[in-house]
Design a protein around this ligand. Structure first.
Ligand SMILES: [Zn+2]
Length: 121
């Protein structure tokens, strides 16, 4: 069964998405079902050469250089065990071949790459 997710505003990073129960590694967190666009936006996720605009909590997934989830096809799965209330993040550079706009990462991880994405030439 799919893990319930909740999107809510955070003090420093805008909207973010959280699990609402404990999660085992590999559990399915969500599946991309939103509209497919021909161009990327700040919300789209690139899969199979298309830009998917997620609906619901998947729309607010933040990037992290030490993510808690990873896309496998159109399925988002937990990379490790998560505690209830932990944020769901993925590494945007694993899905996007380019970025609408580069951004400064605030994940705060020890291996944070700071600036994510390179501007289109
Ligand atoms: Zn980072």
């Amino acid at each position: 069964m799919k893990v319930p997710l909740e999107a809510r505003p955070t003090p420093e990073r805008g909207m973010a998405t959280f699990v609402t129960r404990d999660v085992n590694p590999g559990e399915l967190l969500g599946t991309l079902t939103g509209s497919r666009l021909t161009e990327r936006t700040r919300y789209t996720i690139e899969r199979d050469g298309r830009h998917h605009e997620p609906e619901g909590p998947l729309r607010y997934l933040n990037h992290s250089c030490a993510p808690t989830a990873r896309w496998s096809g159109r399925d988002l799965r937990a990379l490790r065990s998560l505690r209830e209330g932990e944020e769901v993040t993925f590494d945007y550079t694993e899905t996007e071949s380019a970025f609408a706009a580069p951004f400064v990462c605030r994940c705060g991880g020890p291996h944070c790459r700071k600036v994510i994405g390179t501007p289109a030439a």
